[in-house]
Write a protein that binds this ligand. Sequence first.
Ligand code: SF4
Ligand code: MG
Length: 337
Amino acid sequence: PGGFLSVRDLQVTFSTEDGPVRAVDGLSFDVDRGRTLGIVGESGSGKSVTNLTVLGLHDPLFTTVDGEIVLDGKELITATEKELEKLRGNRVAMIFQDPLTALSPFYTIGRQIAEPYRKHTGASKKAAWERAVEMLGKVGIPHPAERARDYPHQFSGGMRQRAMIAMALVCDPDLLIADEPTTALDVTVQAQILDLLKDLQREFGTAIVFITHDLGVIADMADDIMVMYAGRAVERGTVDEVLRAPRHPYTWGLLNSMPRLDSDLATPLSPIPGTPPSLLTPPSGCRFHPRCAFRDRVGGGRCATESPAPAPGHRFSACHLGAAQQRTIFADEIRPR
Ligand code: SF4
Ligand code: MG
């Protein structure tokens, strides 16, 4: 039995001029109603690809998708474009970092929020317009009744971002996919938007997939976390498990490159040395091994030859280090830094 959204062994392969690129390689996760799954990773980790695939927004000519994506009992990989389109407007919504990908320059902001609402609820033009104004107010646009008549170019970047969020939320989606939605906003607006998403979730039981590289935002928003590296999940657990007792060396690196969430100590920040691998020629064995400071603690050179499988179950770390060894290293070497 999976969650409201259930993804099993997802494989996404792009054909490129240089050969096939497996952008997502064997990913499984669940998101229940009323819960938020935070997906964290550097760019190129596959976190955005995963979500475009869930929405059927990948390019079918150059992309092969295998595995299972089931939303509320409906298989999406085999769904028709028409079925997906209906789903995207109504039950599933998304917000991106760049609002101009979602907003048309040719229509007023109010109309762009009112139209999908009208289409999906059958509301009158007037009721839909009122709803659009209400949504603009909810996302913190001042004088929403007047500003609804503006075109996107008359809005500042932050206001466009809020308008896109209003547009995504106007139909009360069951599943919201948010890909770095607040990254470009200042801290105050970011906090308002995150509060808004939490309110919506409480009110409507929305399932949220929240993609970000910002662990502070994840700590605030998510119930569960999945850490991705080079197309694979390397660690998963509840927010507390992953942020308080992280087990995977890559997660340690991510946490060390962020200001500490729980302390006012001046912590020197140490980014993970090296860069994420090319997915055209991913490293053998554990994909993190070229950058991992702990690979020599695993016997027999296993890290370079044997790929650590993500264990079944909610809490896992795909790493050859044993759980006890991970706890000791974290307590003695990572945490005190
Ligand atoms: Fe590091 Fe080996 Fe664990 Fe990969 S499997 S994270 S290389 S210790
Ligand atoms: Mg991205």
